[in-house]
Design a protein around this ligand. Structure first.
Ligand code: SF4
Length: 345
């Protein structure tokens, strides 16, 4: 049982032995005691989303948490996402249930490696996908999401070289959409979206001949070329609202959630293997432990945070800056029933 203080608890409790209801009650109690909000990314397990105050993508979640009066933010996602929350909420404590939950795509590029390439391309404008570390954002001129990447690149004068970091697939998609030749792509990718699942696509189409195919721009060109639509995670939610039979090329956690929301529709995951194991490192037991012990805290050097915030705000300025949305609009966006952001990010 909780000791009655909001501080660290000295327990030798085996959280894995607690049932879902008991863990849920403990989490709710600790959220109240700590004045904490729990953010559950779209790709989190259902039981984590059920106890989350907000569900959505990393940027939308980080903005929502910044707009609350909470003292503590618990981010159930991967490491760069918790960093984004910290960038936008420097005065709040940001916690993660499992520090090992990193993003292999974000880890394709480090601040040091980016600094080296910048010395070779001194005139390039660095456009960084939000699925990146704070250190890399701090080295960037402007961030982008999968929703706005085309618009961000179009905003850069045509004569300037664009260095696009870290997703090569999103970079290629942007290059095709903008016709921009002077774009240099970092060679990173997301292992969940980069699978060449053409055979699975043909099987799914045979099984569901009337279904439309929607694919995330982090996927390979061969898949994008066969899709009826290419869009971000938030865009996929809109697509799910508008169509009755869809094959989704993205992380299957989102597909499962759409099936729950629209049980009368036919939604199919393009690949059963499209599961982000990093995201799934977070569990209800770890979330309860995290709230009980005030760990693991995500901290950033202030100079890195400030420079990273600058590149994020440069992107937000393109769409008129970031102001707190009206309550109703915010709730719709965060429930992912209105497009508001990016892909996994
Ligand atoms: S789905 Fe891909 S981009 Fe998102 S956290 Fe997992 S590895 Fe990173």
């Amino acid at each position: 049982m909780v000791n009655g203080t909001a501080g660290v608890l000295a327990t030798a409790l085996d959280y894995t032995r607690l049932g879902r209801a008991e863990l849920g009650e403990r989490i709710r109690e600790r959220k109240r005691a700590l004045n904490a909000v729990v953010l559950g990314h779209n790709y989190q397990r259902g039981e984590i989303q059920d106890v989350s105050d907000f569900v959505g993508d990393s940027l939308g979640l980080s903005q929502a948490a910044a707009d609350t009066a909470a003292d503590v933010i618990v981010f159930c996602g991967v490491h760069f996402m918790a960093e984004t929350a910290k960038i936008l909420s420097p005065g709040k404590q940001v916690l993660m249930p499992d520090l090992r939950a990193g993003c292999p795509m974000a880890d394709f590029v480090t601040g040091a490696a980016l600094r080296r390439l910048k010395t070779e391309l001194p005139d390039a404008v660095v456009v960084t996908y939000v699925n990146s570390t704070a250190e890399v954002k701090a080295e960037s001129d402007i961030c982008c999401t999968s929703s706005n990447a085309v618009r961000v690149v179009e905003s850069i004068p045509a004569e300037r070289t664009v260095l696009f970091v870290p997703d090569r697939n999103l970079a290629r998609y942007v290059q095709e959409r903008t016709g921009r030749r002077n774009l240099v792509a970092w060679d990173g990718y997301c292992y969940v979206h980069d699978d060449r699942v053409l055979e699975e696509l043909e099987q799914a189409k045979r099984a569901h001949p009337g279904a439309l195919v929607v694919v995330h721009p982090e996927a390979r060109k061969e898949l994008l070329d066969r899709a009826d639509a290419v869009t971000s995670t938030a865009g996929m939610v809109e697509y799910a609202e508008e169509h009755d039979e869809v094959i989704f090329g993205t992380e299957r956690g989102l597909v499962d959630r759409m099936k729950q929301r629209f049980p009368h529709k036919t939604f199919v995951a393009l690949s059963g293997a499209a599961v982000c194991g990093n995201m799934k490192l977070n569990t209800l037991a770890k979330l309860a432990w995290c709230l009980d012990h005030g760990r693991h805290e995500v901290v950033l050097p202030e100079d890195v945070r400030v420079r990273a915030e600058r590149s994020l705000r440069a992107m937000l300025e393109l769409s008129g800056g970031w102001t707190a949305p009206a309550d109703e609009e915010s709730a719709l966006e965060l429930a992912a029933v209105r497009p508001g952001g990016c892909g996994c990010a």
